[in-house]
Design a binder for this molecule. Structure first.
Ligand SMILES: [Fe+2]
Ligand SMILES: [Fe+2]
Length: 253
């Protein structure tokens, strides 16, 4: 199974990158998954933008800590291939995993959200992963770790090493250069990086975002405008393992 995982699609430049470029490369992959937690103005995902991601060739959309920022998600998440983190409390809207079928195989996809510097009230991502792996049958498993702390991401990778095909990090919006496949066949990358404009502070407009740090007071969030980049990871999975993991980058001409 060949798949592309697209890192957090942030605001208009991120959506533009997906819409401009993904259709050109879509047929290289059996599945395309994108993180859409920041697609609508940097916060959340509305119906119109979800449809645009799908029309460009995205098969499933994952969320994160910004999952609930746009109220339209509450309808979409019940029926569409949209995934919130699995370690929310019982009763949270949406599903804790998806099973996606492509190329005659079944991919189990779930997202774990970090608790360190992010959402301390969530259930343990370690134990939630154990539960899902014990209860859902699939040919391959892809785990997205949406977390702030690199240590927590690496801890989850080692907890899942040899049990899943890949563990991919999101949320920091900054791509890391540590992509690898472990001896046990688990692909890992601490952060895929964002799809958006890097002429920004993690997708936010420099002017207002910088003022947060200079004034130590809250400032209104504005998403940045600028040249768009698509960042993702290409994965090839076979026999429940990763056999290729390659970062993918496209820059708007
Ligand atoms: Fe996030
Ligand atoms: Fe994000």
């Amino acid at each position: 199974m060949r798949l592309l995982f697209v890192g957090d699609v942030v605001a208009e430049p991120g959506l533009r990158a997906v819409r401009l470029h993904l259709p050109d490369i879509r047929d290289r992959y059996d599945l395309v998954i994108a993180n859409g937690e920041n697609t609508t103005g940097g916060k959340g995902l509305c119906r119109k933008h979800y449809r645009q991601l799908r029309a460009a060739g995205v098969d499933a959309v994952t969320l994160g800590n910004h999952a609930w920022d746009h109220k339209e998600i509450y309808d979409l998440i019940e029926t569409e291939p949209i995934l919130r983190a699995a370690n929310y409390p019982p009763g949270t809207p949406g599903r804790d995993h998806l099973v996606l079928e492509a190329a005659g195989e079944r991919l189990l996809l779930f997202q774990l959200m970090g608790r360190v510097f992010l959402e301390p009230n969530l259930d343990s991502p370690f134990r939630v992963a154990d539960r899902l792996l014990a209860t859902v049958e699939a040919d391959h498993t892809l785990v997205e770790v949406h977390a702030e702390a690199t240590s927590e991401k690496y801890a989850l990778f080692h907890h899942l090493d040899g049990r899943v095909a890949a563990v991919l990090g999101t949320h920091t919006h900054v791509p890391t250069a540590d992509g690898r496949i472990s001896r046990r066949g688990t692909g890992y990358l601490t952060d895929v990086g964002m799809t958006g404009t890097y002429d920004s502070i993690i997708g936010g407009a420099v002017g207002t975002f910088l003022q947060r740090f200079l004034t130590a007071r809250p400032q209104p969030f504005r998403s940045a405008k600028g040249p768009a980049e698509l960042w993702g990871v290409e994965l090839e999975l076979a026999g429940g393992r990763a056999v290729r993991l390659s970062p993918y980058r496209w820059q708007e001409p």
